[in-house]
Ligand binder design. Structure first.
Ligand code: XLS
Ligand code: MG
Length: 346
């Protein structure tokens, strides 16, 4: 009997945006949050990914106010029939975290970062998710000598341990990226994060979210990175997208740049029954700045469509044939076979 993977899709409210970039202002109208929420179901998405301050206006307010707002958000997503996939502390925008949070040189900043992470955990509990995503955007350096690298690793681990201890039900998912906004990031890849995770007080509750573009920026193959995490039972979310070479994080439509690389990701996910424990197919894609108001969500729709078309190819491709090519060590023809299948010419 054919193995059936049931894929559920998710994205974050930041994936529908106004098109501002570092060289120019917004070019599209703001879609109010409540309207964004309505688009989820319409586009066939079930999961909402949140930053702490996507859920509440600010986390720097009295705790009771924050909790009240989080409860209101929970009602809003319930009303739309949606679920929260994860909550991530947005530690890279606050004036305190200009030089990072967990690895900042200033101990007061480090405790702000840890307190804020605890608040993200409180919010996650209200939204009904156990998953805390950490994209440590500013944990790193512009100038190598600006931080003590060994101390930074210890501080990072201390932050993880504090969160794990604060709530014994949560799971931490590291979303690693090698650079941008920092010149050099601490823990630039999944492997780096996992090595640190195994040294925490509860490695079983540490895993990863792998973003295709982040792996590519590190010169790595996203499907192989996913395979590595799956082998450790630690692939708990993905941010599928695409990336055209080594430049800024482009968050392009999944498969738009390299279809074979996208196929390989779908194959490793499907073949290993990703999703069986409720993991989502997250799409971290950004609309091109050229898109007009009425076409501001095509990138999400199109990424999902490409994923599903590739899934059909993955399901129907002749596995015996792949086995034969492997046995014969005829990898040139294996490659042609895969490409022809993707092109529908077999
Ligand atoms: C960066 C991410 C980031 C996380 C959550 O690539 O999309 O926003 O997913 O903090
Ligand atoms: Mg991402």
């Amino acid at each position: 009997m054919e193995k059936e993977a049931v894929f559920r899709f998710s994205f974050g409210p930041w994936n529908i945006h106004e098109g501002a970039d570092v060289f120019g202002p917004a070019v599209r109208k703001t879609i109010p949050f409540a309207e964004k929420l309505k688009l989820y179901r319409k586009l066939g998405f079930k999961g909402v990914q949140f930053h702490d301050d996507d859920v509440v206006n600010s986390v720097d307010v009295p705790h009771s106010k924050m909790i009240k707002e989080a409860n209101e958000m929970k009602k809003m997503i319930d009303n739309e029939g949606l679920v929260a996939e994860f909550v991530a502390p947005r530690l890279w925008e606050h004036p305190f975290t200009i030089d990072g949070g967990y690895t900042a040189n200033d101990p007061e900043i480090r405790s702000y970062a840890i307190d804020r992470s605890k608040k993200a955990i409180d919010i996650a509990n209200i939204l009904g998710t156990k998953k805390i995503v950490l994209w440590p955007a500013r944990e790193g350096v512009y100038v190598n000598e600006s931080k003590d690298h060994v101390a930074s690793m210890e501080r990072f681990m201390e932050a993880l341990n504090t969160m794990l201890e604060y709530d014994r039900g949560i799971k931490i998912l590291g979303e690693m990226k090698p650079n941008e906004p920092m010149d050099q990031a601490y823990l630039p890849t999944t492997g780096h994060f996992l090595a640190l995770a195994y040294k925490t007080t509860d490695p079983d509750r540490c895993g990863v979210l792998i973003e295709s573009a982040h792996a590519i920026l590190a010169g790595l193959d996203p499907a192989m990175e996913m395979g590595n995490a799956i082998a450790h039972n630690k692939l708990w979310s993905v941010h599928l997208n695409d990336q055209n070479g080594l430049k800024f994080d482009e968050d392009r439509v999944f498969g738009a740049i390299n279809l074979k690389r996208a196929f390989d990701q779908v194959m490793v996910l499907y073949d290993n029954n990703y999703g069986a424990n409720g993991e989502f197919i997250g799409l971290d894609v950004k609309a091109l700045r050229t898109q007009k108001d009425n076409a501001a969500v095509q990138h999400l729709k199109n990424s999902k469509e490409i994923f599903l078309i590739l899934l059909d190819v993955v399901k129907s491709i002749n596995r015996d044939k792949i086995g034969e090519y492997r046995k014969e060590r005829n990898y040139e023809d294996l490659e042609l076979f895969i490409i022809k299948n993707i092109m529908g010419k077999f």
